[in-house]
Design a protein around this ligand. Structure first.
Ligand code: GLA
Length: 672
């Protein structure tokens, strides 16, 4: 995690600004509108490589000088991106070997963006060069808020450069081919490697891939992209620029990076977050993205992109209402964001993302969308004091942790598991959603981290884990923690090798159960449990060893056998859920687990009134965010002042409305 809590002294407001697509008249209007909306931050240069370096080694930054001057003289700061996510056509013509290759061997050509092979020396060299050019020119500009290296690392290459770098990575990891062959279990299917050069990235092949090979390639890609990021970071630092550095992670669907180790290399952890539904679950999704990022950051973070007006669902661009845009923006901030930044400032007139939402829509400033942007700018100014974090950087005081591990995602996506109908992301989200619905403050936790602040630790579907992780969970329980492990966890080690002598091998002793048989259910099949809960997809034939049954299977082949078990260990406990509960049943189970661990929701009863209550810690006070996601007004009572309206102690909160209360003390109540 970054060394210091990120504290820009205000909330950053603005977004990606791509003026290279507009005329000078529009530039002047942009600045006027930014001032009207109290925009204070623009992210520039994200995809400007062709403008900046129109021919190899020939730079033209006069236009960027002008953009920066326009912003700076209007008092608007900027994140300066290195443009390396989109090499220009001249680059790929000169270096065709630096284009990425897909698993089927086809080379991706330019004509879009992100057409680079991360391990190609020509690409790495060109990326360092352009980063150095920008840093020498703007690295000490007073308006520079920070460096935004690249954009959303995640382009995977399977070509010859990747193959070479992958082999080098493997050689560093295993030392000898014997060790690699053992770890990859190559005795099966005649896969034994006799020379390093025989090893390829996981290309398209005849049937199932080797799972250990797949997971090692994911690890390699994350490390390789991190090395490319680090080179740019070092190139910038070598010029003497000391502005904070970040790269924007892409949520929620990308899984290319081990975000914990990447976060260690950032000064600011930042993400791009796009909702995947217009429905109420979008609110839970905002909380999920925010809690993850705050946890990676170990404190405040930056929302680098969201959409102002649209939600892309499948093949259509649905509408994000102005109301929702404001509520979501404050929800990110409630959970530690230091910003409300958007992609992009002005809707493009043409080009690949012409229908993407923007702060200034096609209709222009005379629009409800832009009015909402102006209103948000005003709100962010009113609540500015909240941006000042406490000295320890802990902006949310959470008593519950969910273990997050990118390797868990990678291992659960290897093919041909007992069922391939489960995904890590969905299981983690289901656990987080249940906690969100109960109104609990939740962190995500890195395996091996100090978990002593959490009275409840949830481990969803962590299929593969190391012995160290298993021991870490044991010591958490031994020191009085309450652990909940859900199905499909602890089955394999870091080489994807199943732990023998009964499931869930790694955690058998800790959970006090042994299962001989995992019995996935057919798609349309479901079982009932003895307390009325329902489950599908995954069941297990559990035998109790040192645990006792809390809930049993009521129907189906496992009827009468334990479904949920608990083992008490001193003051701590270890609970195992052997089936995939429906979301409603999981909600009930998680709420019971929180109560049993003695944890209170942030504001009792708020969730039942469809109000999301989040307490953000500040330098001088605590701030209670109340977000009314419901369709009815509610009344909140307590001691404090709403920084948005100035109302004190008794607040009427209309449907969709938000309050940010500087608390005099806790103890707020919500009534309908
Ligand atoms: C990403 C990119 C942006 C834009 C948006 C569209 O987050 O960083 O350039 O393409 O997606 O949602």
């Amino acid at each position: 995690m970054p060394n210091q809590p990120y504290s820009p002294g205000r909330f950053l407001f603005g977004g990606d600004y791509n003026p290279e697509q507009w005329s000078r008249e529009t530039w002047a209007e942009d600045i006027a509108l930014m001032r009207r909306a109290k925009v204070n931050t623009a992210t520039i240069g994200v995809f400007s490589w062709a403008e900046l370096e129109p021919r190899e080694g020939e730079y033209d930054a006069a236009w960027l000088d002008e953009v920066i001057e326009n912003l700076h003289s209007a008092g608007i700061g900027f994140f300066l991106a290195t443009p390396t996510a989109s090499p220009p056509p001249w680059f790929t013509v000169a270096h065709p070997d630096a284009l990425p290759v897909r698993p089927d061997g086809t080379r991706v050509l330019h004509g879009s963006r992100d057409t680079y092979a991360i391990s190609a020396p020509a690409y790495r060299e060109a990326a360092r060069r352009v980063a150095t050019f920008l840093a020498e020119r703007y690295g000490s500009h007073p308006g520079l808020r920070g460096w935004h290296i690249h954009n959303e690392y995640g382009t995977v290459d399977h070509g010859p450069h990747a193959a070479r770098a992958f082999r080098e990575w493997l050689e560093r990891k295993y030392g000898t081919l014997e060790r690699l062959n053992a770890a990859w279990y190559t005795a099966f299917w005649s896969q034994r490697y006799g020379a390093w050069d025989e090893i390829l990235p996981p290309m398209q092949t005849q049937y199932l891939h080797n799972p250990a090979h797949l997971v090692d390639f994911k690890r390699f890609c994350s490390d390789e992209m991190l090395a490319a990021f680090t080179e740019q970071k070092e190139a910038i630092r070598a010029t003497g620029s000391s502005a904070p550095i970040t790269t924007n992670f892409m949520l929620p669907t990308w899984n290319h990076l081990d975000q914990w180790s990447w976060s260690d290399a950032q000064d600011i952890v930042s993400i791009d977050h796009y909702l995947d539904t217009t429905g109420p679950d979008g609110e839970a999704h905002v909380a999920y993205g925010s809690d993850l990022t705050r946890s990676w950051a170990g404190g405040p973070w930056v929302l680098m992109e969201q959409s102002a007006t649209g939600i892309r669902v499948g093949d259509r661009q649905l509408t994000k209402s102005p109301d929702r845009m404001i509520r979501n923006s404050l929800a990110y901030i409630a959970r530690g964001s230091q910003s409300s930044l958007f992609f992009q400032w002005r809707a493009s007139a043409a080009g690949s993302e012409v229908w993407h939402g923007a702060m200034v829509p096609h209709a222009g400033a005379d629009s409800a969308a832009f009015e909402a942007v102006v209103r948000l700018g005003d709100i962010l100014e009113r609540i500015g004091e909240v941006a000042d974090p406490p000295a320890d950087g802990v902006v949310l005081d959470a008593g519950i942790g969910i273990v997050w591990d990118a390797e868990g995602w990678w291992s659960l996506e290897t093919p041909h598991l007992p069922t391939d109908a489960i995904t890590y992301r969905d299981e983690v989200r289901a656990a987080h959603r249940a906690l969100w619905r109960g109104g609990y403050a939740t962190d995500f936790v890195r395996p091996g981290a100090d978990a002593s602040r959490y009275r409840l630790l949830v481990v969803p579907a962590l299929y593969a884990m190391t012995r160290e992780t298993a021991r870490w969970l044991e010591s958490y329980v031994e020191s009085g923690g309450h652990l909940v492990v859900t199905f499909a966890s602890g089955l394999a080690d870091q080489d994807q090798r199943v732990v023998a002598d009964g499931y869930p091998g790694m955690l058998r002793g800790l959970l006090g159960v042994r299962s001989e048989q995992i019995s996935p259910l057919a798609e349309d099949d479901a079982v009932e449990l003895s307390n009325g809960w329902r489950a599908g997809t995954w069941t297990e034939q559990l035998r109790l060893e040192s645990a006792s049954a809390v809930v049993r299977y009521e129907t189906g082949a496992m009827a009468g056998l334990p479904a949920v078990t608990r083992r008490d260990l001193g003051r701590g406990s270890a609970t195992y859920v052997s089936a995939k509960l429906t979301q409603t049943s999981l909600d009930a189970f998680i709420a019971e687990s929180a109560v049993a661990a003695g944890i209170e929701p942030v504001v009792a009863g708020a969730a039942a009134s469809e109000v999301e209550a989040v307490r953000r810690r500040g330098a001088g006070a605590d701030y209670l965010f109340l977000l009314n996601h419901g369709t009815r007004p509610v009344r909140a009572q307590g001691a404090g002042v709403d920084l948005i309206t100035g109302a004190e102690d008794v607040l009427e909160l209309g449907a969709g409305a938000v309050a940010v209360i500087r608390e005099s003390r806790g103890g707020w109540t919500i009534s309908s």
